[in-house]
Ligand binder design. Structure first.
Ligand SMILES: [Zn+2]
Length: 163
């Protein structure tokens, strides 16, 4: 069981709660922190831990409580998620729950085998990494098992830009 916590230098103030929450997670689980600089770094970091056992992905602005992590690792479903809300700064668009993002997600070994293709894994952009992985799972007939909601500290501007 591995937890990959990816983070960048962007929006550091929205990452503080994540680091705090991970402190108690680290007492029970192996957490790999991946500092992402280049566009392909997320792909590379995931590829490094892919296929080594059940894997949980934690993105920099979700707040994973220890019991959330335990419920994901304790579940025998292949693809498990916590819903997280995406809010917009200007309130013109209603918040939504992507479900196919990677925010706080568990992939079993089976799900990892199904979803990553050697053709693209390891060299693509972080921008569509979630779509490549979860798209392959959906295509193979998998659906995410929703465990609840996790706090998400990111608010996007109306264009959905992330930089
Ligand atoms: Zn589950």
């Amino acid at each position: 069981m591995i937890i990959l916590h990816s983070f960048s230098r962007f929006r550091m103030n929205q990452q503080l709660e994540t680091w705090q929450a991970l402190e108690s997670v680290r007492e029970s689980f192996r957490v790999v922190d991946a500092f992402l600089v280049d566009e392909q770094d997320y792909d590379k970091a995931l590829k490094d831990v892919w296929g080594q056992g059940d894997l949980i992905v934690v993105e920099q602005d979700v707040v994973p409580a220890l019991e959330m992590v335990e419920s994901l690792f304790g579940c025998d479903k292949p693809w498990c998620i916590f819903d997280y809300e995406i809010r917009y700064m200007d309130d013109k668009n209603p918040p939504f729950y992507p479900q196919t993002g990677l925010g706080l997600t568990k992939f079993s070994c089976d799900a990892q085998r199904v979803s990553a293709s050697e053709k693209w894994f390891g060299s693509g952009s972080w921008f569509n990494l979630d779509g490549r992985i979860t798209g392959a799972l959906v295509q193979a007939g998998y659906r995410p098992h929703v465990h609840g909601k996790v706090k998400h500290n990111r608010i996007v501007d109306w264009t959905g830009k992330t930089k």
